[in-house]
Structures are given as C-alpha cells and as structure tokens.
Design a protein around this ligand. Structure first.
Ligand code: SF4
Ligand code: SF4
Length: 96
C-alpha cells in the first residue's frame, strides 16, 4: 500500500496527545553540558530540546512523538532516559 508524503504540519494535525503526569523521557542537563554536537536539538521533529544559556538542555516531554530519534542519536551515556509512557498516555494517531 502506498501512503502519500505528508508534511510535518499535516501529521501534527492528526496527532492527539494525552499528556502523562510522569515524564517518559528525561534528559540529564548536566551530561548535556559536555555534549558538543547537541544533535537532539535539530533532530527532534517536535523541537522539544532547547539549549540553555549554561550549555545544558531544557527538555519538554509533553509533545513527544515517541519517534526515538533523540535516543538513537544521542551518544552520551545516561543523557536520555527513555521509558514508555504510562498506559493510555502519550501519542495517539487519529483515524481518518
Ligand atoms: S540529549 Fe544527548 S545529543 Fe542532546 S545535548 Fe544531551 S547529550 Fe547531546
Ligand atoms: S522521541 Fe522523537 S519526538 Fe520525542 S523527544 Fe525524542 S526526537 Fe523528539
């Protein structure tokens, strides 16, 4: 089956978020301070990684797509701690 290309904005409009109270991804800003690439900042499709003035990262988990890109890209052990959202929370793709 062929799915047509869709823009990020199109996809955003089909996504509902049920925000869990517990962050399912945690970023250790202290570790990020020694990271020279900050690859997550440009790689995250939802722009959830924001560089802070002290060289760290401010992370907002609430609109995460759970795409896993940040976790794959980050090569600093322990900087990103990933768990799945609590049951029922997180990203949900609407049908139609
Ligand atoms: S999350 Fe990983 S890639 Fe992003 S700034 Fe921190 S150490 Fe670097
Ligand atoms: S899993 Fe994807 S959307 Fe969520 S923070 Fe990482 S890169 Fe961004």
């Amino acid at each position: 089956m062929h799915y047509p290309e869709s823009s990020f904005e199109d996809r955003m409009s089909t996504v509902d978020f049920r925000v869990g109270e517990r962050a399912h991804i945690e970023v250790d800003s202290d570790i990020c301070r020694s990271c020279t690439t900050k690859a997550c900042v440009t790689a995250c499709p939802a722009n959830l990684f924001v560089p802070t003035g002290d060289g760290g990262i401010l992370f907002n988990y609430e609109q995460c797509f759970e795409c896993g890109t940040c976790y794959l890209l980050c090569d600093k052990e322990g900087a990103i701690t990933w768990t799945y959202p609590d049951g029922g929370d997180g990203v949900a793709f609407r049908k139609g």
